[in-house]
Design a protein. Structure first.
Length: 369
């Protein structure tokens, strides 16, 4: 039940990229939001986004916007490898937080951020937007209420065109911190682990390949592996973000299968039910490219822009002032830990015991050279 006297919100948005703009436009329409401040390091982009949202304050320095007395909450929407400093600054002020995944791209930094959030007691949720789509909520409910019995096997397969990979590798100075699992596979991983929240993972075994993106940007094409749980159940995950640029999915194409002792649930999230083919370049998606002329409509994870507004899971996630099915900071750190364990197992070509701590990960990496 909604409170009669809703709390007013002064919002700081740190990062004015695609997601910062999407969330800012949603926030600008929210009746509880009285103030919006924006920090974006590119001055031209800052002015462009500020004009679209109608912000009250704009700066290139996140410290300035987070220090504003009007601000009570913050959205951290910078590039993935730049999350840590603004998160810690917001936590120091005691601001409520919506953080784009991941908390950090390095396990040690993620541990540091999580400890700061836990110590401060601030409300902090992480943008695993797919939890707000009805198909995953329906699947979650069937698993949660035991309609499949005891889940014994889960499979997920994610296909992504390489625009996402190329954009991410272009924006980082350290390709070793970027991988298909850490950046994109984490969404499928979160959905599955959310389904299996009562189960404890104990081991990962994985392999990776780099034949397409390796020569282009020293990147990884694909990773596949299996998580074993303490009760013997298994989760097999595979992701490739090296599909051709013309692959029709704007971003995500996902298949999930969940088998239990009493039933099975399959989810086709490939978005091939609405297909657009045109002679015009498609500018919707993670990183638009003139070569894309066919689109699986609905495959852009934030949702779709229709009649001038974003419609879909990112809008619902942004509008939910009270945490519901949002991912917690603890869950976000767990997902990063699992993706790092996938990458480490693939690098070492052997199984990795779970949970994986930053100190142990570093020792493994140093031993491997």
């Amino acid at each position: 039940m909604a409170k009669k006297n809703a709390r007013r919100i002064g919002l700081a948005i740190v990062g004015g990229g695609r997601v910062g703009l999407f969330r800012g436009e949603v926030a600008a329409r929210h009746p509880q939001v009285d103030f919006i401040g924006l920090a974006e390091i590119k001055p031209d982009r800052a002015q462009q986004v500020a004009a679209k949202i109608g912000v009250d304050f704009v700066t290139t320095d996140y410290r300035e916007v987070l220090a504003r007395p009007e601000v009570t909450a913050a959205i951290i929407a910078t590039d993935e490898h730049l999350h840590v400093d603004p998160i810690l600054a917001a936590v120091e002020r005691g601001l409520s937080l919506l953080i784009e995944k991941p908390l950090a791209t390095e396990l040690a930094e993620s541990e540091r951020v999580l400890k700061a959030i836990q110590k401060s007691g601030v409300d902090a949720v992480v943008g695993y937007t797919q939890r707000f789509r009805r198909r995953w909520l329906a699947a979650k409910e069937k698993v949660r209420t035991g309609q499949l019995g005891d889940v014994t096997l889960v499979t997920s397969r994610a296909f992504i065109n390489r625009l996402v990979a190329l954009d991410n590798y272009r924006r980082t100075d350290d390709p070793a911190q970027i991988s298909p699992m850490v950046i994109s596979g984490t969404h499928a991983l979160d959905i599955v682990m959310w389904m299996l929240e009562a189960k404890r993972p104990v081991e990962i075994y994985a392999r990776s390949i780099d034949k397409a993106l390796g020569p282009l940007c020293n990147g990884i094409d694909a990773t596949a592996g299996t998580i074993a749980f303490d009760d013997g159940s298994l989760y097999h995950a595979s992701i490739s973000w090296a599909l051709p640029i013309v692959w029709p999915a704007a971003v995500y194409s996902l298949d999930v299968g969940i088998v239990g002792t009493e039933g099975v649930l399959t989810i086709d999230d490939t978005h091939r039910d609405i297909v657009l083919a045109t002679t015009l370049a498609q500018d919707e998606g993670y990183a638009p490219d003139a070569g894309r002329r066919v689109d699986f409509l609905g495959s852009y994870p934030p949702g779709d822009v229709a009649l001038g507004e974003l419609r879909g899971p990112m809008r619902e996630e942004t509008e939910q002032c009270v945490p519901t099915q949002h991912a917690t900071a603890e869950e976000a750190h767990d997902r990063l830990m699992l993706t790092k364990a996938f990458d480490l197992s693939a690098r070492l070509k052997r199984a990795i015991a779970l949970p994986l701590g930053a100190r142990v990960e570093k020792q493994h990496r140093m031993a491997a050279g």
